[in-house]
Design a protein around this ligand. Structure first.
Ligand code: FES
Ligand code: FE2
Length: 363
């Protein structure tokens, strides 16, 4: 078995790890929501979804309804998708194109810049007192065609939050050609952090992911910890193919797997230009929703090539193998047998993650 090399590109050493009760305690999740998720950047989409004036899509970020919209003035904005009259969720559709947004409760309408257009149940003098009622903005930044929002108005800018991550991302030249192709979700019975732990090491790959270790050169596999993110990956073995296509001739001749604090993963698989995001959204302390979004050069699944389909099958196989593992792990987290893991040298990216959680929770 080849042992993965972990390089530390930060100037810090990581030593502390979490105890298992942090994976089974609803109070810990409450703190994580407040001290982690409400303050960090969340990926909500890709600029290809809102290229034209009036185009929008809606999202949910930590239970907050959000709408991202390109105004009729071409400016991209993010708002809470909540009507300022009496809080009704404003836009129900997942995506669309509109010049005016209308609330279905009392018919208030809003311009694409979030300003109130009409409040039909307020007339005469009353009208003056609601004229400033507008959609509340959300912090948003776009980098490398990816749209992120942050619920904390005072958060550090996205561009300063992840070290040199976006420089690294810009090396994938196909990124701006990609479109959001497909999104799927899966609920599983495990704490969200268990999946992050699982993702941050590949010692389990030899045991759990036969197709993965058969495709990637595990002797060359590296894990690198950086500022608020880490990444890992390797090149493909010689003569590896999806169907008829030699992966060594592909646009991506290796796998690159990024993790961004706290719960976002971006994966690039061998094959044609591609990206997938994985977000681990906590539902409760022992239930998580995995959101998988695929990006290829086409905007729907029925247009993708056989090679792209093979890539998806490959990625999905690896993912379901992982979900099974973390569900088994959650059973052990609840046991009285042990309350702390042991971490090898090649599991050091997990230790970085643990240290960050402990720090954020002020533990
Ligand atoms: S709640 Fe939206 S118009 Fe009344
Ligand atoms: Fe895995």
């Amino acid at each position: 078995m080849a042992y993965n090399k972990v390089q530390n590109a930060t100037n810090r050493t990581f030593e502390r790890t979490m105890t298992y009760d942090m994976y089974t305690d609803p109070k810990v999740l409450e703190k994580e929501r407040e001290l982690i998720f409400d303050k960090t950047w969340h990926l909500v989409g890709h600029v290809s979804q809102v290229e034209k004036a009036g185009q929008f899509f809606t999202a949910e970020v930590m239970n907050e309804p959000i709408i991202i919209m390109r105004g009729t003035d071409e400016v991209l904005r993010a708002f809470y998708n909540v009507c300022p009259h009496r809080a009704t969720k404003l836009e129900k559709n997942e995506f669309g194109k509109k010049k005016i947004l209308q609330c279905m409760y009392h018919g208030w309408t809003f311009k694409t810049d979030g300003k109130l257009n009409k409040a039909p149940n307020f007339r005469g003098e009353e009208e003056a007192c609601v004229k400033d009622a507008c959609l509340r903005s959300v912090r948003m930044e776009v980098l490398e065609s990816l749209i992120f929002v942050n619920l904390d108005d005072d958060a550090k800018p996205l561009s300063e939050s992840y070290g040199d991550f976006f420089d690294r991302l810009s090396k994938f030249e196909f990124l701006s050609d990609l479109k959001r192709t497909h999104r799927k979700t899966r609920i599983f019975k495990s704490n969200w952090k268990a999946f992050i732990d699982n993702y941050l090491e590949c010692d389990h790959c030899h045991v759990a992911h036969p197709s993965f270790v058969d495709t990637l050169d595990m002797d060359d596999y590296q894990i690198i910890t950086c500022e608020n993110y880490s990444f890992q990956g390797s090149i493909v073995k010689p003569d590896k193919q999806y169907g008829e296509v030699d992966l060594n001739e592909s646009e991506m001749q290796g796998g690159s797997f990024f993790w961004l604090w706290p719960n976002l993963m971006l994966t690039f698989y061998p094959g044609p230009g591609n990206m997938a995001s994985i977000e681990m959204i906590p539902i409760d302390h022992e239930t998580t929703m995995a959101v998988y979004t695929y990006y290829f050069r086409e905007d729907s699944l029925d247009k993708i090539s056989q090679e792209e389909k093979d890539l998806m099958t490959f990625a999905e196989q690896v993912r379901s193998e992982d979900i099974e593992l973390v569900e088994l792990e959650q059973i052990g987290f609840r046991s009285r047998a042990f309350n702390r893991g042991r971490f090898s040298q090649s599991e050091q990216a997990i230790v970085q993650f643990h240290e960050m959680v402990l720090e954020a929770l002020d533990e």
